[in-house]
Design a protein. Structure first.
Length: 218
C-alpha cells in the first residue's frame, strides 16, 4: 500500500526489530516507480526497515522521474540539473521525516539507488553526509553539476559506497561509472566498484554481492 503521509509517496517493509532498526531507502530509475526495486526487499536482511520511494515527476503514459532528461540534446543526454537538485533536497527532507516517523536508527541509514536513483544517491550522500551511512549505487555515475561547491570541506569519514555497473550498459556508458571510484578515493571515502557482463540492469551476482556488502555493514 502506498503511504502518502510524508513528502514522498512510498511503500514499506517493516523490520523484525521494533525500534532502532537499520533503515534502507530505495530510489528507482527514470520511468519506473516504487515497486521496481522493492522486488529486492524479501531477499534482504529481515532487520532492515525498507522504504521504497516514488519519484515526484509523473511521466506519460506511466512511470516517474526524479528529473527531466532530454535524450535529443547534444552529447546524447541533457539533465535538468535544477530539478535534480530539488529532488536531492526532497530526498534529504524525506530521510528526516522517515527517521522521525518510523522506528529506525537515524545513525544507520542506507540508500539504494538504480540509474537516476543512483545518481541522486551519490549526490545526497556527498551533500548531506551526516544523514546517511551506506550507499549502494547501481548503474549510475556522479553528476558533478549537482554537487555542493564546498565538497572539500565536508566530513565524509562515515560514508561507505558500493558502486556497480554493467560493462555493456547502453544507457549510461560504463566509462562514466569508472570515474566514480577515483573521485571517491580523492575525497578519502570508503568505496568498492564492481562491473558485471550485463546492460542497464542488475545481474543476479551483482545482487548477491551488494546484499553481502550491506549485511556486513548494518
Amino acid at each position: 500500500m502506498i503511504n502518502t503521509s510524508l513528502s514522498l509517496q512510498h511503500i514499506i517493509r517493516k523490520s523484525t526489530l521494533t525500534e532502532n532498526a537499520p533503515l534502507l531507502i530505495m530510489m528507482h530509475g527514470y520511468g519506473s516507480d516504487e515497486n521496481d526495486l522493492f522486488s529486492f526487499a524479501n531477499e534482504l536482511p529481515e532487520e532492515l526497515f525498507i522504504i521504497s520511494v516514488k519519484a515526484p515527476y509523473p511521466m506519460q503514459p506511466y512511470g516517474n522521474a526524479w528529473y527531466a532528461i532530454n535524450f535529443d540534446a547534444d552529447k546524447g543526454k541533457w539533465n535538468d540539473n535544477e530539478q535534480a537538485k530539488e529532488s536531492l533536497n526532497l530526498i534529504a527532507t524525506f530521510i528526516d521525516e522517515a527517521v522521525n516517523n518510523y522506528p529506525v536508527n537515524k545513525n544507520n541509514v542506507s540508500l539504494l539507488g538504480f540509474s537516476q536513483g543512483s545518481i541522486l544517491s551519490h549526490a545526497v550522500a556527498l551533500t548531506y553526509p551526516e544523514k546517511v551511512k551506506n550507499i549502494i549505487a547501481l548503474s549510475g555515475y556522479i553528476n558533478h553539476d549537482i554537487l555542493p561547491e564546498n565538497i572539500k570541506q565536508k566530513d565524509y569519514s562515515n560514508l561507505d559506497f558500493y558502486c556497480s555497473h554493467g560493462n555493456v550498459d547502453q544507457v549510461i556508458p560504463v566509462d562514466w561509472a569508472r570515474q566514480t571510484s577515483p573521485f571517491l578515493n580523492s575525497l578519502n571515502i570508503k568505496n568498492i566498484y564492481s562491473e558485471f557482463p550485463v546492460g542497464h540492469g542488475v545481474a543476479p551476482q551483482n545482487f548477491y554481492e551488494f546484499k553481502d556488502w550491506l549485511s556486513n555493514r548494518i
